[in-house]
Design a binder for this molecule. Structure first.
Ligand code: PGA
Length: 258
């Protein structure tokens, strides 16, 4: 990635475990038609389908400026790891991005921040751009623990400061209480955490000015403009709304004009 792209807004559609070959087609056709070159001068847009649909997505989006990626990656390079998918395989399928440490994986599969850091290393080594997800639960927030929880999630990333080129690592702040709940963090709540993340990673040796920090958690076309107007919010990681073409395209437009 070029240095001048480092803070270009980025909107990423996380399809989660949704879709079929048939249902994906109209969605991909609508994205291809609705996200034209003029719009994409102001925003980078990517989608993250489940693994089995990566080839389909690459066939639909391969000739466009849209990019794609995966929702997870193995912590190992290759070998006897049944069921795992390596970073090199994702590159082979034309992936540019991979999310790591999504709160659903942390909560349901016990993924730790240390494992997340190892996955980021694998992704960077293979030439993927990792999107590292962090966020607090409602109980954390109510007990005033938001910053300490996020600091602990970021801590294992410190050793990666010299691995990534500026702009390679992307962060996503996703408060667990806002994911799929229809409850969005207010722009001010999100901005405060984004500024905290930028400061924490700058202190750890990252180029904070070049770091893109996405907000995720029930972002909709209606809530996107105010979120993207915040100085430390550099785009969005969009779940439910990324499955609805008009909604997702409207979110991309907000980011492009932010
Ligand atoms: P949501 O999901 O937009 O459906 O809340 C966001 C995410 O989990 O990445």
């Amino acid at each position: 990635m070029q240095r001048q792209d480092a803070r270009k807004p980025l909107v990423v559609g996380n399809w989660k475990m949704n879709g079929t070959l048939g249902a994906n087609e109209p969605l991909l056709a609508a994205l291809r038609a609705g996200l034209d070159a003029a719009l994409l001068t102001g925003v980078e847009v990517a989608v993250l389908p489940p693994y089995p649909y990566l080839a389909q997505v690459s066939a639909w989006l391969g000739e466009t400026p849209l990019s794609w990626g995966a929702q997870d990656v193995a912590a190992y390079a290759e070998g006897a790891y049944t069921g795992e998918v390596s970073a090199a395989m994702l590159r082979d399928l034309g992936c540019r991005w991979v999310t790591v440490g999504h709160s659903e994986r942390r909560a349901l599969l016990g993924e730790t921040s240390e494992q997340v850091a190892v996955k980021i290393e694998q992704a960077l080594k293979a030439g993927l751009q990792p999107i590292a997800c962090v966020g607090e639960t409602l109980a954390d927030r109510e007990q005033g623990l938001t910053e300490s929880v996020i600091a602990a999630q970021l801590a294992p990333l410190a050793r990666l400061a010299c691995v990534g080129m500026p702009g390679q690592l992307v962060l996503a702040y996703e408060p667990v209480w806002a994911i799929g709940t229809g409850r969005t963090a207010s722009p001010e709540q999100a901005q405060a955490v984004h500024a905290f993340i930028r400061a924490a990673l700058s202190a750890a040796g990252f180029d904070g000015a070049a770091l893109r920090i996405l907000y995720g958690g029930s972002v909709k076309a209606a809530s996107a403009p105010a979120l993207f107007a915040m100085p430390d919010i550099n785009g969005g990681l969009i779940g439910g709304a990324s499955l609805v073409a008009d909604e997702f395209i409207a979110i991309c437009r907000s980011a492009a004009s932010a």
